[in-house]
Design a protein around this ligand. Structure first.
Ligand code: SOE
Length: 373
């Protein structure tokens, strides 16, 4: 694994536990952790259970005892690491968004297609697909429980930048993060909307904004924020449904409110990650006087992924979504199949992000998403 901050910690947790709870065909060995600062990498490796460290990701990728490379670094290194790993015949798990630019994402997806032909697998880490409630929501939509989909309403609200004294970080620089709330949070809700509906976003009209342009740099000075603080956009889906998206880090009081509401011709469903074990379902078949949203606790063994864990009502958390993700990846590698979401799925999201940026840059005019018509 390369990188050992937040994503590195949660991925380590998944790799350490996956085979203890899921029947996976392969047992991971946490062989080597990569980080540029050797001391910090060593401390993280000791803490999370990695055997050794490398300070140069190229050396890590080249090692004979590495079969899979997990990329948990900022977006500016995803492309180089992923392409080198795939070329070296290593399976790849890459954090989202797939890349910082559409051009990089195109190259990564092409490399992944070529590698897949040689049995080398790749996956992009859209972990919210592995929330049992969202995986179950996809099943309900596919079974036609909601009828024809008309509206998708997706928001991802956080508030950690509301305080203008919050310091600069790589996430606030275009050269390291590619974009701001758009790529970090917007990418998740675009993927989740496409995953649950089985549809693609085909065009967008967008607005982005940056509220705070200078932030403390930690050394007594300030640094310039060069990404969006929020992104709002309207979209059309291939089925004819319409969608709205909002991603922000300034929704004071909302910590990780990744929400999806879908309205169809026969019913509606709603999800909020802050209550991630629940799904709200409205079925138009209920008697008018008793009709209403039902709260479904998605903790039954028949619900996706749940049988591996605790009895009904014993809730799962954020970290479980990553364990599910690596369980699916190991299963696909063992079965010799391509895991989802693939780098092509990551590319599809990147095309939407690109269309959003282009639209926001020219006053919100309509932009088609490449590859969807
Ligand atoms: C920060 O906004 C962040 O850590 C995202 O980068 C993650 O993808 C999301 O799951 C939680 O918030």
């Amino acid at each position: 694994m390369v990188g050992h901050a937040f994503m590195g910690a949660v991925h380590s947790h998944a790799w350490r536990n996956v085979h203890r709870f899921f029947e996976v065909p392969l047992t991971p060995r946490l062989a080597v952790l990569g980080g540029r600062d050797g001391d910090r990498a060593k401390a993280a490796a000791d803490r999370y259970g990695w055997e050794t460290v490398e300070t140069d990701w190229r050396a890590l990728v080249d090692r004979d005892d590495v079969d899979l490379v997990d990329i948990c670094t900022p977006g500016d290194s995803h492309c180089d690491i992923a392409i080198a790993a795939l070329a070296a015949g290593k399976h790849v798990l890459c954090e989202k968004p797939l890349a910082n630019t559409l051009e990089e994402a195109e190259r990564m997806a092409a490399a992944a297609r070529e590698a897949a032909a040689a049995g080398v697998r790749s996956m992009v880490a859209f972990n919210y697909r592995r929330v049992p409630a969202l995986a179950h929501a996809r099943k309900l939509v596919a079974e036609g429980v909601l009828g024809e989909i008309r509206h998708v309403r997706a928001v991802y609200l956080q508030d950690w930048l509301s305080d203008e004294r919050a310091p600069m970080s790589w996430r606030l620089r275009k050269e390291t993060a590619g974009s701001g709330a758009l790529g970090d949070l917007g990418a998740h809700i675009v993927d989740a909307a496409q995953f649950v509906t089985g549809d693609l976003v085909t065009g967008v009209s967008a607005l982005t904004n940056t509220f705070v342009h200078e932030r403390p740099d930690g050394g007594g000075g300030t640094g310039e924020v060069t990404v969006d603080d929020c992104a709002l956009f309207l979209g059309r889906l291939s089925s004819g449904a319409v969608a709205s998206f909002e991603a922000t880090r300034y929704a004071l009081g909302r910590k990780n409110a990744m929400r999806l509401e879908i309205n169809g011709s026969r019913g509606s469903l709603a999800f909020d990650f802050e209550s991630m074990n629940e799904l709200s379902l409205y079925e138009g078949t209920d008697r008018g006087t008793e009709a209403g949203f039902r709260r479904i606790l998605v903790t039954e063994p028949e619900h996706p992924y749940v049988a591996a864990w605790w009895p009904p009502g014993h809730l799962l958390g954020y970290e479980h979504t990553f364990t599910h993700e690596v369980a699916d990846l190991l299963t696909a590698i063992g079965d010799g199949t391509d895991p989802a979401p693939s780098f092509d799925d990551g590319l599809r999201v990147q095309r939407v992000l690109h269309a959003v940026e282009t639209s926001a840059g020219d006053g919100g005019s309509w932009h088609a998403v490449a590859g969807t018509t």
